[in-house]
Write a protein that binds this ligand. Structure first.
Ligand SMILES: Nc1nc2c(c(=O)[nH]1)N[C@H]1C(S)=C(S)[C@@H](COP(=O)(O)O)O[C@H]1N2
Ligand SMILES: [Mo]
Length: 204
């Protein structure tokens, strides 16, 4: 017997609203501005730095083992890429930025942070968009180690903003008083990037 269920299956309709101008994607496209860097877990470190007129100060530093020893957070969330695909219900595991701040005794201050990455990519985000559970350092996707092309070993995940803010191969956050453009923002992408407001390019 042939089971009719396998025939005439329609493409999945959105099970809930997605942001304007977006379409649903089942796969997981890779979008990188350069080659996938080789990252050595043994020497990997993640650093949080302040910056002020006197220079910068390291506020917290974690090795791979130290990151994994912190309380872990699971998050199921939708992703929205500025190239117009959205992917529903992606499963992530990692450490929330709140947990890092707690661990290092860092008080979030009003302002902005720059995420910096192996390979030189940067992305700017407001502090309030990575705190209160909104930002994570993720190392696990769908129960598997995050693939290098998607930012493994560790990427920033800020899912309520367009995916270019979710910096792959992230190695640090630097506090900034002023909102300063990161890699794509210098090329005209929006400084904030709210998908629900279609903030794709500066001026949107
Ligand atoms: N380090 C780094 N992070 C990055 C990028 C990059 O080129 N380098 N591309 C950004 C862009 S433009 C997008 S759309 C997403 C794509 O993530 P994905 O390749 O996992 O789909 O990663 C973002 N993070
Ligand atoms: Mo992108």
């Amino acid at each position: 017997m042939i089971n009719n269920k396998f025939f005439g299956r329609k493409r999945a309709e959105p099970t809930r609203a997605i942001p304007p101008g977006q379409y649903l994607e089942d796969g997981f496209p890779v979008l990188s501005a350069g080659p996938t860097p080789r990252v050595d877990i043994a020497t990997w470190e993640f650093t949080i730095e302040s910056s002020n007129s006197d220079g910068s100060e390291v506020l917290g530093k974690w090795s791979w083992d130290e990151l994994n020893a912190l309380p872990q957070t699971d998050l199921k969330t939708d992703l929205h890429c500025v190239t117009k695909w959205s992917k529903l219900d992606t499963d992530w595991r990692g450490v929330s930025i709140d947990t890092l701040f707690n661990d290092a005794g860092i008080e979030p201050v009003d302002g902005f942070v720059m995420a910096r990455c192996d390979g030189g990519y940067t992305a700017n985000v407001p502090m309030e968009d990575i705190t209160d559970g909104k930002g994570l350092l993720v190392h696990t996707y769908n129960g598997e180690p995050l693939a290098p092309e998607h930012g493994g070993p560790v990427r920033l995940l800020v899912p309520h903003l367009y995916l270019w803010k979710s910096a792959k191969w992230v190695r640090g956050l630097k506090f900034m008083d002023q909102d300063t453009p990161g890699f794509w923002e210098q090329y005209g992408y929006h400084m904030y990037g709210d998908p629900w407001k279609e903030q794709r390019y500066s001026g949107d």
